[in-house]
Write a protein that binds this ligand. Structure first.
Ligand SMILES: Nc1ncnc2c1ncn2[C@@H]1O[C@H](COP(=O)(O)OP(=O)(O)OP(=O)(O)O)[C@@H](O)[C@H]1O
Ligand SMILES: Nc1nc2c(c(=O)[nH]1)N=C(CO)CN2
Length: 178
């Protein structure tokens, strides 16, 4: 069984519709879904705010690499272009962490680095993830850390910039992380 935590984001086009396209695509495999959060751009590129969310998914027939491919396919469907690193995009799907049969996958392959090497620094990942799964943990260079502690360690300005949106069409009701 392969479980993955997907961070999804958009700051071009119909952001909510694009996030919804991901949620709908993986609907049969959802264990947990965060609310949608409005987030200031992370990184050096001045650009519009993003909408971000986190999905926890599992599928006995999909490997972590398959989840990356699923993300690529959804990015292509959103006409995502790769113009600038950390620049604006219609849709970004990142695999934050993955486990197979309960074991966390650790990989330094540049095609799929796991856990995602910048996840622990990103309020736009950690705050929605905590919302989806209050007991979440992340394997880091300092060992296994509770996401709640990683959120507490963020710069308060970064953390407080991440704002929950009330979106009627976005349901967070799913099976639950067991
Ligand atoms: N865990 C991962 N999730 C998604 N992509 C990854 C991961 N590890 C490595 N990659 C690779 O990163 C490459 C660049 O991805 P992308 O363009 O989405 O980067 P980015 O979103 O600009 O920056 P960042 O990687 O910091 O999120 C992809 O081609 C993909 O193969
Ligand atoms: N708030 C926010 N900032 C970003 C995002 C994102 O999804 N949300 N994605 C980026 C590309 O990796 C760069 N910066």
């Amino acid at each position: 069984m392969s479980r993955a935590v997907l961070s999804i984001g958009s700051n071009m086009g119909d952001r909510l519709e694009l996030l919804m396209s991901v949620r709908d695509d993986v609907a049969d495999h959802l264990l947990a879904v965060s609310a949608v959060f409005s987030t200031p751009p992370w990184g050096p590129v001045p650009q519009d705010d993003f909408d971000n969310a986190v999905l926890v998914v599992d599928d006995p027939d999909r490997s972590p690499a398959d989840w990356l491919e699923t993300g690529f396919a959804l990015e292509r469907a959103a006409q995502r272009t790769r113009e600038r690193r950390w620049g604006p995009r219609t849709l970004d799907v990142d695999v934050i962490t993955a486990s197979v049969d309960g074991d966390v996958v650790v990989s330094d392959d540049p095609v799929l680095t796991l856990p995602h090497p910048r996840a622990h620094l990103r309020a736009f990942v950690l705050v929605p993830w905590l919302d989806a799964d209050p007991d979440a943990t992340l394997w880091t260079a300092d060992g296994v850390r509770a996401v709640t502690d990683l959120v507490a360690a963020l710069d308060p300005a970064d953390r407080d910039g991440v704002r929950r949106r009330e979106v009627g069409a976005w349901s967070t009701t799913v099976r639950g992380v067991s």
